[in-house]
Design a binder for this molecule. Structure first.
Ligand SMILES: Cc1ncc(C[n+]2csc(CCOP(=O)(O)OP(=O)(O)O)c2C)c(N)n1
Ligand SMILES: [Mg+2]
Length: 570
């Protein structure tokens, strides 16, 4: 007997989906039967990863897709499980993460008319008018599976949309009767459902853009996420070196450019001041960025010529968005950069001007590095975020992936980790906190030979559902190091308040409502839930030994390690 659920699993498998991150309910008898039937017959289906929290499951699929580019499947229970995806669906949407979410739905018959008809009280309670509406604002495509007969085609269409730029989550709903339906096998060839080919710059557009960059006195690239394609940073390096273009990262959610390259000019987040490199630029090329600058604090000069390349240049998912670009291109960053570099390679360049620009940026780069090094010294016994990040840096090797959810330490982490390899740094790309725990599991599944480290705030640790994360990490053997930047609560809302009300009541309030006293034993939560190595570190001179011991637990004992590192209070 071949059911719609068998056909669904078969289509996922044929499409190359490796994992099913699942949280089951009364909508899934056919799916559980299909999984067990496949196991009994030795038939390959996506590996089941049980997720006791949906938000963690989707975050794991998010991390896996960041590491591989491939969508995985997340299976949830009707509208309740869909709601329990919580902010992870926001993160997948904003981070442009391909992932296929499948939810069951309450049976639509109640007198036994069809196999799967209602037989539990909850089927009345969980019947809602618009289940898909819960995620409609966050997915690129949503549909109901109405028959098992074309379920493979719907999987093909959903994955094709998820993997085509701008990428994103897709959502399919299958009611119980449909998922029980006996169906004939359907031929399914994923090759004919492949993602849309990367869009390039129109050939006529290349020469004027290269001309503008080559003639500029201070050309600058601003980017946030071109490094999501691991081939793009190299393409950017080649073009920038050829022309002497500086690179500024704005709110980077991945590594876009090697931070040790002399053309690298740092990263800008919420720092409340004008970025001097951006201010000096006369030609600014924005590539793949949702927030290239924050106009009220930092922006290009009014006479700077701004150009914009993005797979998603209009940001149609954002109600308010604009940068004053003279020309805007919808193109894939790596493809466009290679086109630009090929054109630049074939034209005469002013070598003296290129050398002058390169030397100018190299000198600024050097100044910046020296200033950063000075900030890494510990302040007595206290552990600063800068010192902590520098200590972590010494343990990062060529096979390490770092996940950052450092929040008020985002810029410190980018600055002091000093990473150079594409793919070595990941952030959620969204704004709903708690991504890093589940994401670490997904990244470790995708890169079993890597040391996976997460650097995250104490607030983010709590948001991540650590009991679920550490239960899963032990069960599925995905050990990682989790470093908590514990500043005693939510520093960021306090900084947001001070930016608007520097001298108001809140600035003088003793208890602002953002502190976590009395603190939990954060590391102990992970030890209880998943047998993690757990240590709290309060003094600078304890940090190195604690990192050594924690990484030994991760690399040799193959269990998670949580270091709760106590920083100066917010
Ligand atoms: C799901 C969710 N809830 C609330 C917020 C609002 N928020 C933004 S930053 C922040 C504090 C995060 O605390 P922590 O991880 O300790 O970082 P810190 O600001 O202390 O560096 C909060 C609550 C959010 N972004 N997402
Ligand atoms: Mg904090």
């Amino acid at each position: 007997m071949h059911t719609a659920s068998d056909a669904f699993l078969e289509a996922l498998t044929t499409a190359g989906v490796s994992y099913l991150f699942a949280n089951f309910g009364s909508d899934h008898p056919a799916m559980l039967e299909a999984l067990a039937a496949a196991a009994a017959a030795g038939r390959k289906v996506p590996e089941l990863i049980i997720c006791p929290g949906e938000m963690v499951g989707l975050s794991a699929a998010h991390g896996f897709a960041q590491a591989t580019g491939h969508a995985q499947a997340v299976l949830v229970h009707v509208e309740c499980g869909t709601q329990s995806l919580a902010g992870a669906i926001h993160n997948a949407a904003k981070g442009r993460i391909p992932v296929l979410i499948f939810a069951g739905a309450s049976p639509f018959t109640q007198e036994g008319e069809l196999p799967g008809s209602r037989n539990e009280f909850i089927h009345w309670i969980q019947d809602v008018f618009d289940q898909r509406g819960i995620v409609r604002g966050y997915v690129k495509y949503e549909n109901e599976i109405r028959t098992g007969r074309n379920i493979a085609q719907l999987v093909g269409r959903a994955l094709q949309i998820a993997h085509s730029d701008p990428r994103g989550p897709v959502y399919l709903v299958g009611p119980r009767e449909v998922m029980e339906e006996a169906v004939p096998p359907v031929a399914f060839d994923p090759a004919v459902w492949s993602p849309v080919a990367p869009p390039a710059l129109a050939p006529d557009e290349v020469p004027p853009l290269i001309d503008a960059l080559a003639r500029a006195r201070r050309p600058l690239v601003v980017t946030s996420y071109l490094g999501r394609n691991p081939d793009a940073p190299d393409a950017l390096v080649r073009l920038c070196r050829r022309l002497g273009i500086g690179v500024l990262e704005s709110v980077p959610s991945c590594l876009n450019f090697p931070t040790d390259d002399p053309l690298y000019q740092g990263n800008q987040w919420n720092q409340p001041h004008q970025n001097p490199v951006l201010d000096a630029a006369d030609v600014v090329l924005v590539i793949d960025s949702d927030v290239p600058w924050i106009p009220v604090v930092s922006r290009p000069r009014p006479d700077a010529a701004v150009y914009h390349i993005d797979v998603d240049p209009l940001k149609q998912q954002m109600p308010l968005w604009h940068i004053p670009a003279r020309r805007t291109f919808r193109a894939d960053a790596a493809t466009a950069l290679r086109q630009l570099d090929r054109h630049a390679a074939a034209m005469p360049l002013d070598a003296a001007a290129v050398a002058e620009r390169t030397a100018h940026y190299a000198q600024l780069h050097d100044q910046r590095r020296r200033a950063l090094a000075a900030r890494e010294r510990p302040a007595g016994d206290a552990i600063t975020p800068e010192y902590l990040t520098a200590c972590v840096r010494r343990h990062v090797d060529a096979n390490t992936t770092v996940l950052s959810e450092g929040i008020s330490s985002y810029h410190t982490i980018c600055d002091h980790l000093g990473l150079t390899r594409p793919g070595s740094l990941l952030a959620s790309g969204g704004g709903s906190l708690g991504w890093h725990g589940g994401a670490a599991i997904g990244v470790k599944l995708a890169r079993p030979d890597h040391t996976v480290m997460t650097l995250a705030g104490d607030g983010c640790y709590m948001f991540s559902m650590p009991s679920v994360v550490h239960w899963m990490a032990r069960r599925y053997q995905t050990p990682f190091l989790q470093v908590i930047y514990n500043n005693g609560g939510w520093k960021s809302p306090k900084l947001s308040m001070l930016a608007l009300h520097p001298d108001g009541h809140a600035s003088k309030a003793g208890d602002l409502g953002v502190g976590f006293a009395p603190a939990s034993d954060y590391a102990g939560i992970a030890a209880a839930a998943g047998g993690a190595f757990a240590r709290t570190v309060t003094r600078a001179d304890e940090l190195e030994a604690a990192l050594d011991a924690a990484l030994d637990a991760v690399r040799r004992e193959r269990r998670c390690a949580v270091l709760d590192v106590v920083l100066p209070k917010l």
